[in-house]
Design a protein. Structure first.
Length: 75
């Protein structure tokens, strides 16, 4: 198991947040940002809420699952 930092102890002020171009430009989506060797995810409606932090391996598994249709039943 990877020992990730506690998100409440990370300074996210310099993170450049990105969202999917498929979001339609609304504030109703998730945003991703790089924080050192990790990827942070936050809700664009609540940008002051502490983001979730994942390893690049975890994000790769999520994206590969989405691309392969593993989550299509959640639509």
């Amino acid at each position: 198991m990877i020992d990730k930092p506690n998100p409440t102890e990370i300074d996210f002020s310099d993170v450049i947040w990105e969202k999917s171009p498929f979001s339609g430009g609304s504030d109703n989506c998730v945003e991703f940002g790089v924080i050192g060797q990790y990827i942070a995810i936050r809700d664009s409606k609540n940008p002051t809420q502490t983001p979730l932090v994942y390893t690049r391996t975890e994000i790769a598994a999520l994206l590969n699952g989405a691309k392969s249709g593993a989550f299509d039943h959640l639509r």
